[in-house]
Ligand binder design. Structure first.
Ligand SMILES: [Zn+2]
Length: 346
């Protein structure tokens, strides 16, 4: 089979208990429950289970509807790709899926590309949100969520927040977050806001429920890289970090490498001391490298931030995560911002 392959990702859902993580625009499955017939559900679930495994995660996902453990793999038929748990949503909750995939399950789709099993003989492994290596089968592979987002925005009734601002106000919020490396154009569609833009030169297109300005800003900041023309000085970053009241820890930028655009961010539990020589204590100046220290502190080389992205990181990543989970969560967001995988140690 040709190396170039684009997979349409389907069956990825928003996290329902914490509405502040993951990429924005993932749909809520609850609006789809009971909308697929019993016979079709069975057939569709069987088809989903027959896919070829392309990726395997450490740790498994829970069903957003009933909490059941729904597995940790991603599968494909060569055109669509889905998490292994999607079969559960279909079989147990009768959730329908995009027409093209329903047709494939019904035997009306294009034939499965030959050599699919051989190509993905070695699935990609993902731990703490970070892909470990890139197996040969992933060369030339592109994944797209656009068809999924488009279908879900039309299939699931919109649920605007009671305090939603007008579209004009929402456009102002999106404009204020746009810069050279990130642009967000927002318009009305299907009772929601359609966001079309570019992040790190890559096109993004997804839908958001109408919401307050703050909620909209928070969702866009999850994928917005810092504005390179407005990066904070170390002093300014520490002034902002000092104003944040964390219940059990403090956060400081202890060193900056202006040319590389990197900060050494230090998170220490209350009672621990700041290090005398943070750079030696951290030990590795690679972007994304994280170290755990015996006193419970953690340190990480991270991209320099502007005021908005730093506030967001402090509030939604560093501020909420338990110290033990800090690495995984910050690692995921930094990998996203840097546009490449990050290493974690400790
Ligand atoms: Zn379930």
């Amino acid at each position: 089979m040709s190396k170039e392959l684009t997979l349409e990702m389907v069956g990825y859902w928003a996290s329902l208990d914490t509405d502040d993580e993951g990429p924005p625009g993932l749909p809520d499955p609850r609006g789809l429950v009971g909308r697929c017939g019993i016979v079709e559900s069975r057939q569709l679930a069987k088809y989903l289970e027959s896919g070829v495994v392309i990726r395997s995660y450490m740790g498994s996902a829970a069903c957003r509807i009933c909490g059941a453990d729904v597995g940790n793999k991603e599968l494909t038929d060569g055109r669509w790709a889905w998490p292994s748990g999607l079969a559960h949503y279909v079989r147990e909750h009768h959730v329908p899926l995009p027409e093209g995939l329903m047709a494939a399950a019904n035997g009306d789709g294009p034939p499965r590309p030959s050599g699919l099993e051989a190509r993905f003989e070695k699935p990609q492994i993902v731990a703490s949100g970070v892909a470990i290596g890139r197996p040969a089968g992933w060369e030339g592979l592109r994944v797209s969520f656009e068809a999924w987002f488009e279908w879900a925005a039309q299939a699931i009734p919109a649920q605007p927040a009671a305090d939603a601002v007008t579209t004009e106000e929402a456009i102002e919020v999106a404009d204020a977050l746009s810069h050279d490396r990130a642009s967000f154009n927002l318009e009305d569609a299907y009772g929601r806001w359609r966001v079309v833009g570019r992040v790190h030169g890559r096109r993004v297109r997804f839908y958001l429920e109408r919401s307050s300005s703050d909620a909209l800003r928070e969702r866009l900041l999850r994928i917005r890289p810092p504005d390179p023309d407005n990066l904070l000085s170390m002093d300014a970053a520490n002034e902002i970090a000092g104003r944040h009241k964390f219940p059990d820890r403090e956060v400081r930028v202890l060193a900056a490498h202006e040319q590389a655009g990197l900060w050494l961010v230090w998170v220490k539990p209350d009672g621990a001391e700041w290090p005398d020589d943070a750079i030696s204590a951290h030990g590795n100046m690679q972007p994304g490298f994280e170290a755990s220290h015996p006193d419970g502190s953690r340190s990480r080389m991270c991209a320099m931030q502007d005021a908005l992205s730093w506030e967001h990181m402090l509030t939604h990543e560093i501020g909420r995560a338990e110290p033990q989970g800090f690495g995984a969560r910050l690692g995921a967001i930094l990998a996203k911002q840097a546009g490449k995988p990050v290493q974690t140690c400790g």
